[in-house]
Design a protein around this ligand. Structure first.
Ligand code: ZN
Length: 331
């Protein structure tokens, strides 16, 4: 282990002796997929088992309660867990919500608004549809990304898969306009329309409205078009966040107090970051009360309420999930 890693462990060990930690879990989808290159889907059976375990062994807090502890710097109850979902996929309503109701557990669902109620997929799913689920493809992809010409091989599934991961890395640090322009070129190149798969659609506004009225659900915003806000100017960041917050408030007639950064990890590409000081400033200016990021860590009362760590949950079967949960609460 690196020296930094050792220091990190010691700091966490001491922190957990001083105060009990809480853990925020991050999910995206509850469904079975033919392929899931980002590994973001948890099967309905595993999700049911995971929530059953949380209901039996942990203290799952709702958004208001969790925020109370964060804002007022009050220590969390023993083994406090907070469940969050990003993006707004339709399966959150059709698959996840019934499991929450069954186990009577609350969750916070962060919604990206631009594709709600459309037949279009979020860009990384669309990229997967084109490169990994379209057959046959041309032998190579020539694409203009923000004024620069790129060429990627697509002459085999393995090559297309490599190209998918490479483009995915480039696009996640691109502006929404650049992403839209690249995706339009990809549709033409592959000879497909922008019409997405129903398995990858987001909720409709009607579904989201019903979901928002569940006693187990709190709704938060997640930007309008899902850019890494850190690559945008302050004004552009403000607009992306404000648009999603306002649309949700208008459609759902609810105050939106919660936000999570798209992607949201602390990884960066050169000077490009998923979020930065301007993102926090914009969230505060919009009167958002609590903001989640996406880097591994525990929450203590001294954690920054505008960049809380979250732990990504994979499609783990119950024994694996049980062990992981124990680890998440250790230093
Ligand atoms: Zn997201």
């Amino acid at each position: 282990m690196s020296l930094a890693g050792k220091i990190f462990n010691v700091v966490h060990y001491v922190a957990n002796k001083v105060q009990r930690p809480a853990v925020i879990l991050l999910y995206h989808r509850v469904t079975d997929l033919e392929q899931d290159p980002q590994e973001l889907a948890v099967s309905p059976a595993n999700y049911d088992a995971q929530l059953g375990h949380l209901a039996a062994e942990y203290s799952v807090l709702d958004a208001a309660r969790f925020m109370y502890h964060v804002k007022h710097k009050k220590p969390f109850p023993e083994r406090s867990v907070f469940i969050t979902f990003d993006d707004g996929y339709a399966d959150n309503y059709h698959e996840a919500l019934p499991v929450h109701a069954k186990h009577e557990l609350p969750g916070l669902f962060y919604i990206t608004t631009s594709k709600l109620g459309t037949s279009q997929e979020l860009w990384w799913d669309d990229l997967e549809r084109i490169l990994l689920a379209t057959d046959p493809l041309p032998l190579a992809l020539k694409v203009n990304i923000n004024g620069q010409a790129w060429e990627y091989p697509t002459d085999s599934f393995a090559a297309a898969r490599k190209t998918y991961f490479a483009l995915q890395q480039v696009l996640r640090f691109s502006t929404p306009d650049v992403i839209d322009a690249v995706m339009a070129q990809l549709h033409d190149w592959a000879g497909v329309t922008a019409e997405g798969r129903s398995s990858h659609r987001l909720m409709t506004w009607e579904e989201l409205k019903v979901m928002s009225q569940s006693p187990y659900v709190t709704i938060g915003c997640h930007t309008h078009r899902h850019p890494a806000v850190g690559v945008l100017s302050y004004d552009e960041q403000y607009k992306e966040i404000a648009t999603s917050k306002t649309l949700l408030e208008q459609h759902l007639h609810l105050p939106i107090d919660h936000f999570s950064y798209p992607f949201g990890s602390r990884k960066f590409l050169g000077a490009k970051r998923y979020y930065n000081a301007d993102s926090i400033k914009a969230a505060k200016a919009l009167d958002l009360k609590m903001v989640c990021a996406n880097y591994h860590g525990q929450v203590h009362t001294w954690s920054n309420p505008y960049a809380l760590p979250r732990i990504l949950v994979r499609d783990w079967e119950l024994p694996v999930f049980k062990n992981k949960m124990e680890q998440f609460f250790k230093y």
